[in-house]
Design a protein around this ligand. Structure first.
Ligand SMILES: *[C@@H]1O[C@H](CO)[C@@H](O)[C@H](O)[C@H]1NC(C)=O
Ligand SMILES: *[C@@H]1O[C@H](CO)[C@@H](O)[C@H](O)[C@H]1NC(C)=O
Length: 389
C-alpha cells in the first residue's frame, strides 16, 4: 500500500502532542509582509525495479534547516535552532516516521509503477510544508511531481490531480483517495503539526532570521552595449535579509531602464544583486545608484558615477602605463650597463652580457658583438702597452 508507513504516524505522532502550542501566540516577526515558508523537499530517483535513491531536506525560506543523513539514517539539524520547540521525544518519533517513509516509499512506488504507468528511469518530487502569512494565518501545501511535471496535490482532505496532468494523475489520485487513514494523517501533519513547528522554528531562529547586515555598494562599467554607449553596473553585496531596493537615478529621477540580475547567494548567507543601466557615452552626468535596505535605517546608500568612468579602468590603464615605463627604463638601463661593461677596461670577460654568449654565432648581432669585443681587446692591449711605456 502506497504511503503505508504514514499509518504509523497516528500512533507515533498524534495531533495535538505539543506542550508548547502557547508559544505560537507570543511569536512576532518584524516583517509580516514577507510570508515565511517551511518546506520539506523530497526527491526519489528510480533507476529500475530494484534501485532507488532518496534525498530529503527541509528549508525555512532560503535557509536549510534539516537534511536527511543517509549514512546514519537520521535527521541532521543544520542550524542550532533547527529543533524549534519540539521536544527530544517528539524528534525521536518524527525521525522514526521518516525512517519508515524513506525506506518504505520507494518500495511501494516500485510495486505500483506499472499500474501508475511510471516508466523507468523516473524521478518523483514532493514539496510539502506550510507558510505563515500576514496576520498569522497558516497555509499548508503538498505537491507531487513526476519527471519534473506537476502530478498531484493534497487539497483540504483529499488528493487531486494537477490541472492538465492527464489520466496518469487521475489514476494515482483515485487509488490514493481510497486510503482514508492516510488522508487523515496527511491532513493532520499539514494543518496542525507543520504550523506549530513553524511557529516554534521562527521564534527559536529569530536572531538569525532577523539578522540585519548592511550592503556594500560599488560601481563598475560592464561590456559596452554598442558603439558610443556604456553599461553602468551597480554592485550591491553582503546584505541580509533578502528584500532590497536598488535604482539608477539621474538626480531625483528613477531611471526606468535599470535592469537587474537575480538576487544571488553569497557563501556567508548574505545576498548579492547587480543593477545595470545602458547610457550614451556623453550622458553620464548626474547619474547615481541608490540602495534602500532594512539594515540602513532609512539612510539610503547613494554612489555617484564619477565623471563617466569608474576607478577600475583608470587604475588598470595606470598600471599598464607604469609597467610599460618600467620595462622601457629597464631596457635602457640594461643597454647602458652592458655598454659600460663592454667599454670598461677593468671588466673580465665573464662580465660580458650572457645573452650575447647564447646567440647564434652566425647571426649579424653576434658578428657585431665579436667585432666589438676584438676592437675593445685591441684597445685594452694598446692601453697596456702605453702604460708600460
Ligand atoms: C538498476 O540500476 C542500478 C543503477 O543504475 C544498476 O547499478 C543496476 O545494475 C540496475 N539493476 C537492474 C536489475 O537493472
Ligand atoms: C548517500 O547519498 C549519496 C549521494 O547523495 C550516495 O552517493 C550514497 O550512495 C548514499 N549512501 C547510502 C548508504 O545510501
Amino acid at each position: 500500500m502506497l504511503l503505508l508507513p504514514l499509518v504509523l504516524l497516528a500512533v507515533l505522532f498524534p495531533a495535538g502532542d505539543n506542550q508548547d502550542a502557547s508559544r505560537t501566540l507570543e511569536w512576532h516577526h518584524s516583517t509580516p509582509a514577507e510570508p515565511l515558508t517551511f518546506r520539506i523537499v523530497h526527491i526519489t530517483s528510480f533507476a529500475n525495479h530494484s534501485w532507488a535513491h532518496t534525498q530529503l531536506s527541509a528549508w525555512l525560506g532560503e535557509l536549510q534547516t534539516h537534511a536527511w543523513d543517509n549514512v546514519s539514517d537520521t535527521i541532521r539539524f543544520e542550524k542550532p535552532w533547527s529543533h524549534g520547540y519540539f521536544s527530544k521525544e517528539q524528534w525521536k518519533k518524527l525521525q522514526a516516521l521518516f525512517q519508515l517513509f524513506i525506506h518504505g516509499f520507494p518500495r511501494e512506488v516500485q510495486n505500483f509503477a506499472s499500474q501508475f504507468q511510471f516508466d523507468y528511469p523516473f524521478v518523483l518530487q514532493i514539496s510539502s510544508g506550510c507558510t505563515m502569512q500576514p496576520g498569522k494565518a497558516y497555509k499548508s501545501f503538498l505537491n507531487g511531481a513526476y519527471q519534473g511535471l506537476d502530478l498531484l496535490s493534497f487539497q483540504g482532505s483529499s488528493w487531486e490531480p494537477a490541472p492538465g496532468s492527464g489520466r496518469r494523475a487521475q489514476n494515482v489520485c483515485r487509488v490514493l483517495n481510497q486510503y482514508l487513514i492516510i488522508k487523515e494523517i496527511v491532513h493532520s501533519l499539514l494543518s496542525d503539526t507543520c504550523p506549530r513547528f513553524l511557529a516554534g522554528l521562527l521564534e527559536a531562529g529569530k536572531s538569525e532570521l532577523e539578522r540585519q547586515v548592511k550592503p556594500e555598494v560599488w560601481l563598475s562599467s560592464g561590456p559596452s552595449p554598442g558603439p558610443g554607449h556604456l553599461q553602468l553596473v551597480c554592485h550591491v553585496s553582503g546584505f541580509h535579509p533578502k528584500p532590497v531596493w536598488v535604482m539608477w537615478m539621474r538626480g531625483d529621477q528613477e531611471q526606468a531602464g535599470t535592469r537587474y540580475s537575480d538576487i544571488l547567494p553569497n557563501a556567508d548567507e548574505t545576498w548579492y544583486l547587480r543593477a545595470t543601466l545602458d547610457v550614451a557615452a556623453g550622458q553620464t552626468a548626474g547619474l547615481s545608484c541608490r540602495v534602500k535596505h532594512s539594515s540602513l535605517g532609512g539612510h539610503d546608500i547613494v554612489i555617484h558615477w564619477a565623471g563617466g568612468h569608474s576607478l577600475l579602468p583608470t587604475l588598470m590603464c595606470l598600471t599598464v602605463v607604469v609597467a610599460l615605463a618600467m620595462v622601457i627604463l629597464q631596457a635602457c638601463w640594461r643597454k647602458q650597463s652592458s655598454n659600460k661593461s663592454v667599454l670598461s677596461p677593468y671588466m673580465p670577460n665573464s662580465a660580458f652580457p650572457m645573452e650575447a654568449k647564447a646567440q647564434d654565432p652566425k647571426s649579424p648581432a653576434h658578428q657585431l658583438y665579436l667585432a666589438q669585443e676584438s676592437w675593445i681587446k685591441a684597445r685594452i692591449r694598446m692601453w697596456k702597452i702605453s702604460l708600460n711605456q
